[in-house]
Ligand binder design. Structure first.
Ligand code: TXA
Ligand code: MG
Length: 336
């Protein structure tokens, strides 16, 4: 059942008291804490098992005053805010002096995002009268698949009160299904705007608003934990296989007695345990994590994912799949 006003109010009071609350967003569920309370933010890291030098995104209400978080909001940031907020876009900006290092991972920058999910918006409006910020990484254990339902969050952390979470707000299934697009605007003079993480809002859409191309990350780019190779990974090993090789690879694996969980893209049933994914990038992203989680429960030796198209509209999906299947070649080597 989707959280009502009373549940949202109660969650805001818990957050103000320094507790952890899972909140739905349009991308994935977040594990939220008061971004102005370093101890509460530290509790997020403890719950996730995440290294403390990884920064977390600060979520703000619509029309929030960003000067509490960012020392500067350049014109280009304002253009992107006008075009895409509330929505699945995170901006990396120079941090304001009073932002805790627990939030920034000790860096000079801060990530801010205004989510569009109505429950997240209602919570942000209720929390500290809309003047606060909620630090929230995806509500999964470090390196694991992000949650897109309240049940996924409970699967990760246990029920509210039992595990580290004081409340879990249900907002139904996340619409977008993969994490927000992240654009770094801290080095405009030297590098220009940089795409740190692809997502539903595409590089082309951002470039159109800014009237200039986005750069890709270099080694001096701010740390993005989602950019680690082994990220978004189920427990079962994942192999990404091109459509043209799929039938042969499956046949060889089956001949060796391997138990396969298959994530297919084209309309052919090649394996007893399989899901057929939507053929459009937004539909695929929406369904991706829930299906990875489902296939992960099948006690398979491996999850085989049929590689989606390489076109630019698939950038967000392909980025997550590449990381989930970070050891694709090694996995196949071992099992074939
Ligand atoms: O869609 C999303 O962004 C979701 C929902 C809950 O809002 N959140 C999310 O958070 O994906 P997380 O922590 O799982 O990923 C956020 C990414 C991390 O890779 C983090 O390193 C990066 O954003 N990030 C946060 N602040 C940053 C900063 N100051 N500089 C560079 N990267 C930053
Ligand atoms: Mg994450």
């Amino acid at each position: 059942m989707v959280a009502d006003v009373n549940a949202i109010r109660a969650a805001a009071r818990l957050l103000e008291a320094g507790k952890l609350v899972a909140m739905p967003t349009e991308t994935v569920y977040g594990l939220a804490a008061d971004a102005g309370n370093p101890e509460a933010v530290a509790a997020i890291f403890a719950a996730k098992g995440r290294p403390s030098n990884h920064p977390v995104i600060v979520h703000v209400a619509r029309d929030a005053d960003l000067s509490r978080w960012a020392s500067e909001v350049p014109d280009q940031a304002q253009q992107l805010i006008n075009a895409f907020w509330p929505g699945p876009l995170t901006l990396i900006l120079p941090r304001a002096l009073n932002v805790s290092p627990a939030v920034t991972g000790g860096q000079d920058s801060v990530g801010v995002r205004c989510p569009s999910h109505p429950v997240a918006q209602a919570l942000l409006k209720e929390f500290r009268n809309g003047q606060g910020g909620l630090a929230a990484p995806s509500a999964n254990r470090f390196g694991r698949v992000s949650p897109t339902t309240a049940q996924h969050v409970i699967d990760e952390f246990g029920a509210p009160g039992v595990g580290p979470l004081a409340a879990v707000l249900d907002g139904g299934q996340s619409d977008v299904g993969i994490e927000s697009t992240i654009v770094d605007l801290t080095r405009l003079a030297t590098r220009g705007p940089v795409l740190l993480r692809p997502g539903r809002i595409s590089a082309a859409q951002i470039e159109q608003v800014l009237g200039r191309p986005l750069a890709t990350p270099d080694t001096a780019a701010p740390r993005v934990s989602g950019s680690l190779d082994a990220h978004y990974a189920p427990h079962t090993p994942v192999a990404l296989v091109a459509s043209s090789e799929l039938a042969t690879v499956i046949e060889r694996l089956q001949a060796k007695g391997r138990r396969i969980a298959l994530m297919q893209f084209s309309v052919r049933s090649l394996n007893p345990v399989s899901v057929l994914m939507p053929a459009d990038p937004d539909g695929y992203a929406h369904a991706l994590y829930a299906n990875l989680r489902e296939l992960d429960t099948q006690s398979a030796d491996l999850i085989v994912v049929e590689q989606p198209p390489q076109e630019v509209q698939w950038q967000g999906v392909n980025d997550r799949l590449r990381r989930a299947a970070f050891d694709s070649a090694g996995v196949l080597d071992k099992l074939l």
